[in-house]
Write a protein that binds this ligand. Structure first.
Ligand SMILES: NC(=O)C1=CN([C@@H]2O[C@H](COP(=O)(O)OP(=O)(O)OC[C@H]3O[C@@H](n4cnc5c(N)ncnc54)[C@H](OP(=O)(O)O)[C@@H]3O)[C@@H](O)[C@H]2O)C=CC1
Ligand SMILES: CC(=O)[C@@H](O)[C@H](O)COP(=O)(O)O
Ligand SMILES: [Mn+2]
Length: 398
């Protein structure tokens, strides 16, 4: 058997939940994958530890003082690794000519520019950072098409749908006999709770996802169902679908990661343990399969699979996201930015849980007359929404 081609990889957000899982899978296959760059925001000790194990060529931190600290610590450990600082360095390690694959696993809008840089440079882009696509869907997909990049979804639901679709699904789902995409949702930690109980939950409760271990921002998004809203927009762009072709199905066990319904009545599903190493390994090795270190699903232990409709009255964020996608233009970027500001405020205990949806709804209700065709316009809409959300939160607190 021939040796697989070696992939040189940049892991954006390597100190996060997805970043760490990515490095676990990479470490199992040293003959296939070499790390080119590792990046973090402020977690310098964690990045130092990762550098010692994975020996990247470059490491990136946000602040120059942190980068200087890391450079010193690496030299003291006898490691010659180049350390860079700042957002432009993230784009540089995404674009680097010798890099084949970029794992885009920075959380939030901060991940947009380096993910886009990878898409524009024709890389294999492993996209976990759903906010990038929500903000810049048309622009991002256009960059992929023009550069010939290979875009592989890492978000578990989209990875599942990708696995359930025919190989060539581009250019419309209908012509491939696809009737609907069934996007599964766990329902989050507050599924079935009354509106009154939901209103008083703490960040710790919101971050305690029933099935997945994830970063704090996405955990809160799962709890409000904004995660499913962002994923609906993400699916529209990835699979060239309209919101009405996507049905959200609450499935509390998170064992079916999503499904595709076909014209002949077939429903094809992808199942597995709720462990992100599976979609990560799929993205790394596609079109082959590698060991991800994940056990085969024990169906006898799962025993039952439940399904219900999402409750958009108690969890309005899903409806807000669908409306943003239907509005188009800058609306998804505005939704995303307002949500990021509101989630930050909730995690800081400056805002109640139910106020997250209220802040997003209020920002979306404000008239915005800008377009969202260019990156500059998208970033302007993002900035506008952040300012409005901050103002609304300030007024609520005052
Ligand atoms: N976790 C999961 O299971 C899933 C996550 N996703 C998506 O993947 C992305 C990452 O999620 P997750 O791993 O949970 O997030 P985490 O919060 O665990 O990790 C985020 C990573 O991004 C870095 N980062 C944060 N802010 C910045 C910034 N301003 N500039 C540069 N780097 C930054 C962090 O560095 P530092 O450590 O220094 O803060 C960290 O490495 C999100 O978009 C999420 O929606 C999608 C599906 C599943
Ligand atoms: C693992 C993953 O992809 C997350 O986005 C997960 O789906 C969150 O779960 P819910 O949003 O369905 O609660
Ligand atoms: Mn998901």
């Amino acid at each position: 058997m021939s040796q697989p081609a070696l992939q040189r990889i940049t892991v954006l957000g390597s100190t996060g939940s997805i970043g760490k899982s990515t490095l676990e899978v990479i470490a199992k296959h040293p003959e296939r994958y070499h790390v080119y760059a590792l990046t973090a925001h402020t977690s310098k000790e964690a990045l130092l530890a990762q550098c010692k194990v994975h020996r990247p060529v470059v490491a990136v931190l946000d602040h120059p003082a942190d980068a200087a600290w890391l450079q010193q610590a690496l030299l003291a450990s006898g490691l010659s690794i180049e350390v860079l600082a700042g957002p432009e360095a993230l784009c540089r390690v995404s674009r680097e000519v010798s890099v084949d694959t970029v794992m885009a696993a920075i959380v939030g809008a901060a991940g947009l520019l380096p993910a886009l840089a990878a898409a524009e440079s024709g890389k294999r882009v492993l996209l976990a950072n759903k906010e990038a696509l929500v903000m810049s869907g048309a622009l991002f997909m256009d960059a992929v098409a023009r550069s010939g990049a290979t875009l592989l979804p890492i978000d578990s639901e989209h990875n599942a749908i990708y696995q359930c679709l025919p190989l060539e699904h581009r250019g419309g789902l209908r012509q491939h006999g696809v009737r609907q995409l069934l996007l599964t949702a766990s329902g989050g930690p507050f599924r079935g709770w009354s509106a009154e109980s939901i209103a008083t939950v703490t960040p710790e409760q919101a971050c305690n996802h029933p099935n997945w271990s994830m970063g704090r921002k996405i955990s809160v998004d799962s709890a409000t169902l904004m995660n499913k809203g962002l994923e609906l927009i993400e699916a529209c762009w990835l699979f060239d679908a309209t919101p009405d072709q996507i049905q959200v199905v609450v499935h509390p066990q998170s064992v079916i990661h999503s499904m595709v319904a076909y014209d002949d009545g077939s429903v094809i599903a992808q199942l597995g343990n709720p462990d992100m190493r599976t979609p990560i390994a799929y993205g790394l090795s596609w079109p082959e399969r590698i060991d991800a270190g994940v056990e085969t699903l024990d169906l006898f232990q799962v025993a039952r699979l439940d399904f219900e409709a999402p409750d958009e009255m108690r969890f309005p964020c899903l409806r807000l996201a669908r409306e943003a996608m239907l509005m188009g233009g800058a609306a998804p970027a505005i939704l995303n930015a307002a949500n990021e500001v509101a989630v930050d405020a909730f995690l800081d205990k400056r805002l109640g849980f139910s106020d997250i949806a209220a802040v997003v709804a209020n920002v979306m209700a404000e008239p915005y007359d800008g377009r969202a065709d260019t990156l500059e316009q998208i970033l302007a809409a993002d900035q506008w929404a952040r300012e409005h959300a901050a103002l609304i939160i300030q007024q609520q607190v005052a």
